[in-house]
Write a protein that binds this ligand. Structure first.
Ligand SMILES: Nc1ncnc2c1ncn2[C@@H]1O[C@H](COP(=O)(O)OP(=O)(O)OP(=O)(O)O)[C@@H](O)[C@H]1O
Length: 234
């Protein structure tokens, strides 16, 4: 379980997150949505222990995320920050050397599924190839929490579909919770259990996707549209 208790994060004078308290259950896939600059990446980075709250506390499985404890999560950043000269296989070995929870066999299976050859150099992969490889490296970690910042951003529809199928096939929801930020709501809707909407660093709406469909007869995109229309009227 992930918990945020009265979490505020400021960068200098900029309030990126403003007094957020919430919990996210184990075994769920949660989408964090909102406009550019609403605080989505900061939300993930706080759970990953890459930045720390100005006020409040973040807990993963009951342990406060501190500078010393932050390694029980895998964080997939929006940026490609790899050594270009490395082959995919070199990256696998690097990950295995860094993370005790890295499952090499699973990594090879996922790369195979994602149609990535381990002998290829990262700099010779297409953008879509790098996007798929990045997902494979993260999914091969057997961690309780997997955080993904815009995993589909800038990728073509075929690659997006393959990534979504990869997530469905390789995430272990008995043991893992996934939190992802995305603007591609239609494409990820089938994956999501829950959606959280941020505006100006605050959680303004939250919903279970099943309930949206059953009770409100609306898709996540429809739900978002209603929120944006409500904002325009204010
Ligand atoms: N390192 C930083 N230094 C200063 N300000 C920052 C930093 N990181 C984020 N911010 C600011 O904090 C606010 C929230 O940023 P954040 O990146 O969390 O939003 P986001 O919803 O992920 O945006 P996007 O969809 O554009 O990625 C923004 O106003 C942003 O400019």
């Amino acid at each position: 379980m992930i918990q945020l208790k009265n979490v505020t994060k400021k960068y200098g004078n900029v309030v990126a997150l403003d007094d957020i308290s919430l919990s996210m259950e184990k075994g769920k896939i949660i989408g964090v949505l909102g406009a550019n600059g609403s605080g989505k990446s900061t939300f993930l980075k706080l759970i990953a222990g890459l930045v720390f709250p100005t006020n409040g506390k973040v807990f993963v499985d009951g342990h406060e995320v501190t500078r010393r404890i932050g390694r029980n999560v895998a964080y997939l950043s929006e940026l490609d920050a790899y050594y270009d000269g490395f082959t995919v296989q070199d990256m696998l070995e690097f990950y295995a050397s860094q993370f005790m929870d890295f499952n090499m066999e699973k990594a090879r299976d996922i790369l195979d599924f994602m149609q990535i050859e381990p002998v290829k150099k990262l700099k010779h992969l297409s953008k879509g190839g790098r996007g798929r490889a990045k997902i494979a490296f993260a999914l091969a970690r057997e961690v309780p929490v997997l955080l993904m910042d815009e995993p589909l951003s800038g990728l073509d529809p075929m690659v997006r579909e393959l990534i979504i199928k990869g997530l469905i096939s390789f995430v272990d929801l008995e043991k893992q919770t996934i939190v992802m930020t995305t603007h591609e709501v239609d494409e990820v809707e089938s994956l999501l259990d829950e959606v959280i909407f941020l505006r100006d660093g605050k959680v303004v709406e939250r919903a279970f996707v099943d309930e949206l469909r059953e009770k409100s007869r609306c898709s996540v995109a429809g739900w978002l549209k209603k929120i944006y229309e409500g904002e325009e009227k204010q």
